[in-house]
Design a protein around this ligand. Structure first.
Ligand SMILES: NC(=O)c1ccc[n+]([C@@H]2O[C@H](COP(=O)([O-])OP(=O)(O)OC[C@H]3O[C@@H](n4cnc5c(N)ncnc54)[C@H](OP(=O)(O)O)[C@@H]3O)[C@@H](O)[C@H]2O)c1
Length: 179
């Protein structure tokens, strides 16, 4: 059996655990996420090479990001037929199916890039090995939470890296499997 790729969840969030504020019109991501985090995300996702994201997150980007393969999860592949880039794949497959195909292609790691529905789906199926969480120094009070369901998994902090003077910090966690 081929080993599935390592799954590294990458997200930017507020201090209080939201990946998007309730009113995205008033506070678009370009205003609360830092330039340094975008640069960090770009480096990290390029180094990993393959991204998995949900269609709602793709709708916020609406293009192929350079030097990465993007696998967009959707039940409506036909809606995206206008996108003909070979590095942009729209699929209705399950997380297990996607990871098993990638393993057969020799892919060793994927970046799980959200949003909340997709993060939660992979976590529920126990498919997330590492978390790379950028905490931006904002509080939203309300918004889209990193995870949308009850979960119970243990992680260990491997390292942290401050990205700028405002205090934007990336935390790297590894999954701990309890016996
Ligand atoms: N701060 C961050 O780091 C970060 C990162 C990513 C996203 N975000 C934010 O998160 C928000 C989007 O998150 P979200 O939870 O609403 O949506 P999402 O996770 O991006 O996408 C949800 C969509 O994924 C598809 N999907 C879900 N389960 C599936 C399955 N089992 N098989 C196939 N397709 C499946 C469905 O698409 P169809 O309806 O097309 O079938 C569903 O509507 C946006 O506001 C975005 O800006 C923030």
């Amino acid at each position: 059996m081929t080993t599935r790729p390592k799954v590294t969840l990458i997200a930017a969030m507020s201090i209080d655990g939201f990946i998007a504020p309730a009113d995205k019109e008033a506070l678009p991501s370009t205003t609360w996420t830092s330039k340094e985090d975008w640069q960090f995300f770009t480096r990290q996702s390029k180094a990993i090479g393959t991204m998995i994201l949900g269609s709602k997150t793709f709708e916020t980007i609406k293009r192929a990001l350079p030097e990465r393969r993007m696998i967009v999860m959707t039940s409506r592949q036909e809606k995206y037929s206008e996108f003909q880039d070979p590095n942009l794949i729209f699929t209705g497959e399950s997380p297990e199916e996607i990871l098993s195909e990638l393993a057969e292609q020799g892919v060793k790691e994927v970046a799980l890039c959200g949003g909340s529905a997709i993060y939660t789906l992979f976590m529920q199926q126990d498919l997330v090995d590492e978390l790379v969480l950028t905490v931006e120094p904002y509080v939203f009070g309300q918004g889209i939470k990193l995870f949308a369901e009850r979960l119970e998994q243990k992680f260990s902090l491997m390292k942290q890296e401050k990205l700028n003077e405002a205090g934007t910090t990336v935390f790297f966690y590894k999954r701990i499997l309890e016996k």
